[in-house]
Design a protein around this ligand. Structure first.
Ligand code: AMP
Ligand code: TRP
Length: 335
């Protein structure tokens, strides 16, 4: 039985990388009829400092972005992590088997902690252990994410395997969650620098396309996107040494649903002067309905809250028995 789970943090706004690397695939999996759970991971969002005045609203906004992108609350369960306590409880159990050395190697921790590792929070360090609990508390089998989450998924698999080995006599109590990293844009790069990931936290807003940007802003960001002086190639191999061009092609391919090699053929011999406006039009065409739907949803927060309450109820029903069973396996006394 396939069970899909994925999550995003309610920190800042979502961008094109989140959409192409993750959300678009979430919707496709849902529409294939798989059982899907999509969480807003607010407990993760407090690990690098947050504004209490904004957390609840950002949480609603991420839920709205899921729905606006095509996650249908009638088909998928949309829930907030902190409303399912079993995540944190299972995380604590896992923290007894996750190794410090493994966590120290996590590149996301190294990036986020920066130079002052000793000042980073324990939560930021233990972040991947909570992520493993998010996944395994539902015994999820497939996790659609962008490429940058591969290492965290690997850790979740190791935790599952250690748990099964130590406490379940090698039986597969927790399934090995498979990463689902698909599409033509599993790692969308910054529009300013083709060697950096498009991210919520990059200083320049011109480096990313937010799901809330209007048509003019999208066009401006694409027109100003860093490119290179060479003519557009007629062969996908020629993109290898051209990270900025490669990134723009990947975005075009992912948005249009075409293979990158077809897009290369389509624009062969033309210049960025022709390609960029076509890309801008495509972005606007695909993103503006999402942006419009998001504003509609945000105008009715009570409706979002209703969806999130129903999601929490469903998610708790699934997670609680798994937590209880895991505690039994570990030998806890229970009332
Ligand atoms: P985050 O923005 O780090 O909370 O990521 C939420 C989801 O979006 C995760 O599945 C990430 O792997 C994915 N994601 C974030 N940034 C990118 C990017 N630049 N390209 C592709 N996927 C991304
Ligand atoms: N770590 C993910 C990110 O930064 C978010 C996340 C938390 C997640 N828990 C998860 C993703 C469980 C997939 C499954 O994007």
């Amino acid at each position: 039985m396939k069970r899909i789970l994925s999550c995003m943090q309610p920190t800042n706004r979502l961008h094109l990388g989140n959409y192409l690397g993750a959300l678009k695939n979430w919707v496709a999996l849902q529409n294939e009829g798989a059982e899907c759970l999509y969480g807003v991971v607010d407990l993760h969002a407090i690990t690098a400092g947050h504004d209490p005045a904004e957390l609840a609203q950002s949480t609603r906004e991420i839920a709205a972005a899921y729905i606006a992108s095509g996650v249908d609350p009638k088909k998928s369960t949309i829930f907030v992590q902190s409303s399912v306590l079993a995540h944190s409880e299972l995380m604590w159990l896992f923290s007894a088997i996750a190794q410090m050395g493994k966590l120290e190697r996590m590149t996301q921790f190294k990036d986020k902690a920066g130079k002052h590792k000793e000042r980073a929070s324990v939560g930021l360090f233990a972040y991947p252990v909570l992520m493993a609990a998010d996944i395994l508390v539902y015994k999820a089998t497939h996790v659609p994410v962008g490429e940058d989450q591969k290492q965290h998924l690997e850790l979740a698999r190791e935790i599952a395997s250690t748990f099964n080995h130590k406490f379940c006599g090698g039986d597969e109590f927790f399934p090995m969650p498979e990463p689902v990293i698909t599409g033509e844009a599993t790692r969308v790069m910054s529009l300013r620098n083709g060697t950096e990931k498009m991210s919520k936290s990059a200083e320049s807003d011109m480096s990313r396309i937010n799901l809330t940007d209007d048509a003019d802003l999208i066009a401006k960001k694409i027109t100003k996107a860093t490119s290179d002086p060479h003519p557009l190639p007629d062969n996908i191999k020629d993109l290898e040494e051209r990270p900025e061009a490669d990134n723009l092609y990947s975005i075009y391919a992912a948005l249009s649903g075409k293979r990158k090699e077809h897009v290369v053929k389509e624009f062969a011999g033309k210049g960025f002067g022709e390609f960029k406006p076509a890309l801008a039009d495509l972005c606007v065409e695909k993103l503006s309905p999402i942006t419009a739907r998001m504003s509609e949803l945000m105008a009715d927060p009570a409706e979002i809250d209703k969806i999130l309450r129903a999601g929490a109820e469903k998610a708790n029903t699934l997670a609680e028995p798994v937590l209880k069973e895991a505690m039994d396996k570990m030998g806890f006394w229970r009332p």
